[in-house]
Design a protein around this ligand. Structure first.
Ligand SMILES: Cc1cc2nc3c(=O)[nH]c(=O)nc-3n(C[C@H](O)[C@H](O)[C@H](O)COP(=O)(O)OP(=O)(O)OC[C@H]3O[C@@H](n4cnc5c(N)ncnc54)[C@H](O)[C@@H]3O)c2cc1C
Length: 223
């Protein structure tokens, strides 16, 4: 089970911040908290995407697979940045790994899966004992191994990510990871809870139709 830590550098009141930044450009009174909030809400509702880029999100994303983090890294818009746990300096003896639900619930499949992970651990250890450097033995590590990243991006990027990754056809672990992020952000302030509820959604919900070639059927295809 993965864990999301929302770092204190994450904007606490994103709607108010958006309203303050936009207010500077509109010559508004940005000392009025209620007006800032109202202006921020309007920016979001009117799709003024640039204003969303002032909202900072810094997370520790821990205990998800290297595979899902590989997909996470494809969201490049707005130049996000991140650090990832090293495979050179960390000892991956008995590394943690993510077991898919369909394998977890199938005794025979789970046995094969766990045995494979055990063999990888043992053989990586044998290579290290032979004097092979860890950066080389780490080539054996599977995409299913657990990893940890420190991630920094803006709200616009996260909203865009929700449209792709809350899609029913997106990889199940990504959907679970995104749902964990929604819970973690919603818990830090009411403004975040509002944003998660109204802005994070799969693209079919936003568009009113499904643009994917292979649809899940949740929304009709575009006529
Ligand atoms: C069902 C499904 C299947 C998928 N299958 C695959 C797969 O097989 N392989 C795979 O690699 N990915 C796959 N993806 C992921 C997807 O194709 C994208 O790679 C991923 O969502 C990140 O790209 P993005 O454009 O959505 O986000 P970002 O890179 O964050 O971009 C967000 C937006 O910013 C703008 N932007 C970003 N970069 C630029 C730029 N250089 N120039 C101009 N504008 C820019 C664009 O408007 C873009 O829409 C899949 C997704 C789904 C939902």
């Amino acid at each position: 089970m993965g864990k999301i830590i929302v770092l204190p550098e994450t904007t606490q009141n994103p709607i108010s911040l958006i309203g303050m930044r936009a207010g500077v450009c509109w010559g508004a009174d940005i000392t009025d908290a209620a007006k800032n909030y109202k202006r921020g809400l309007e920016c979001i509702e009117n799709n003024h995407g640039r204003t969303l880029e002032y909202v900072n999100v810094e997370l520790v994303i821990d205990g998800y697979s290297a595979r899902v983090i590989r997909e996470w890294y494809t969201h490049l818009g707005g130049s996000p940045t991140r650090l990832q746990a090293s495979t050179r300096y960390i000892n991956y003896k008995n590394f943690e790994y993510i077991t898919p639900h369909k394998i977890e619930n199938n005794e025979e499949a789970k046995k094969i899966f766990d045995e494979t992970m055990k063999i990888i651990t043992e053989n990586a250890q044998k290579l290290e004992e032979m004097g092979i450097p860890r950066e080389d033995s780490a080539m054996l590590l599977p995409l299913g191994m657990g990893t940890k990243i420190v991630d920094k991006r803006n709200l616009r990027n996260l909203i865009d990510m929700s449209r792709q990754r809350q899609c029913t056809r997106a990889y199940w672990e990504y959907r679970e990871l995104f749902s964990d992020i929604c819970k973690a952000l919603s818990s830090i302030s009411e403004e975040w809870a509002y944003i998660v509820k109204t802005q994070f959604m799969p693209k079919c919900e936003y568009l009113g139709y499904c643009p994917e070639k292979y649809t899940c059927g949740r929304k009709p295809k575009k006529a």
